[in-house]
Design a protein around this ligand. Sequence first.
Ligand code: ATP
Ligand code: MG
Length: 429
Amino acid sequence: MLWLALGPVHAMESQVLVIRIKIPNSGAVDWTVHSGPQLLFRDVLDVIGQVLPEATTTAFEYEDEDGDRITVRSDEEMKAMLSYYYSTVMEQQVNGQLIEPLQIFPRACKPPGERNIHGLKVNTRAGPSQHSSPAVSDSLPSNSLKKSSAELKKILANGQMNEQDIRYRDTLGHGNGGTVYKAHHVLSGKILAVKVILLDITLELQKQIMSELEILYKCDSSYIIGFYGAFFVENRISICTEFMDGGSLDVYRKIPEHVLGRIAVAVVKGLTYLWSLKILHRDVKPSNMLVNTRGQVKLCDFGVSTQLVNSIAKTYVGTNAYMAPERISGEQYGIHSDVWSLGISFMEPLQLLQCIVDEDSPVLPVGEFSEPFVHFITQCMRKQPKERPAPEELMGHPFIMQFNDGNATVVSMWVCRALEERRSQQGPP
Ligand code: ATP
Ligand code: MG
């Protein structure tokens, strides 16, 4: 027969695919798909989300000829399922049998409050929804797909991240601890920044890091990088965060004071927020201040996990130019030490070179900057930690007050222009 020679997928392209979504402990819903071979994993999850709106489903299963369940979690696994299904359809056609729908089983949901391997709360309520009796629908209304993409966002925010759903794209940069990649999260369609750190540590320590990272889910501030989840694969941890299209401040030269002022406001607010959660940043520096074309400024790489910091420190021992003198000389680290690093982050690298513990604090050149700015930096960089401004004094400082107007457009325009300049210098790709 001619259509057999076309291969299973081609033979089915003109045909309608019926997917029977089995509802746990109940009936099933039939979904008629007109674009079977083009169907994406995400589309199926969207529809399952509408059939079982109260459950959080991230995967589903189908049965092979032996009745063994095979899990589908990605587009590739979807393709394998469809090609298996089409081969069974051909067999049924050849034998003159009725074509059976493709049966899928939404992956059994965990009971409420159950925690996943990262110890994160997952929003799952098991059991059938209002569709408790079998129903047949021709095709589900597309407007209700919106609801399930909101559901998908929730999955993402709950930190259900794993290697299979991430496609790595460009390398954004290397640090002392690891490499940061721009990546695509297949389930949500989101662009992520994924930091991958090689760590040869025991399973016990891996678990400890995971539980210490849990606090990141509680961080909810527009001045702190969004955290989507973390996972270990073999000897490396991947930490998934929000991607910032303007990158970090270290690559920007000569930031005008009216822009720097708005950036400083965001950084002070971000630090104040962390301190309110009893988190010390411990690595305040321009490469850990990120900007985007919307004019947002966010802090990243703060030391929430002592174990992670210690494990990285084993492979890298050193100081950096932004560390407070008391830290370099091994004394106690506190909020004041973050304040020093805040001050020095906003100075030109040239002045950083003078910054040695025994010398006087570096000062900004007179005349080039406004008096409130010079005062702010000088105060942050007092040698005696206790003489540096406390959090509320930072917020109340005239330099910060002056630029605390919520004007994101200033930063946005500056980031866009800088990116544009960078692109034109690089020439066409
Ligand atoms: P260190 O390891 O000493 O902290 P670092 O901050 O430069 O140095 P990484 O934290 O590994 O190193 O980051 C490498 C680079 O990746 C950063 O300089 C920054 O430009 C980029 N980057 C990091 N996180 C993001 C993000 N969320 N969005 C966009 N770019 C990012
Ligand atoms: Mg960093």
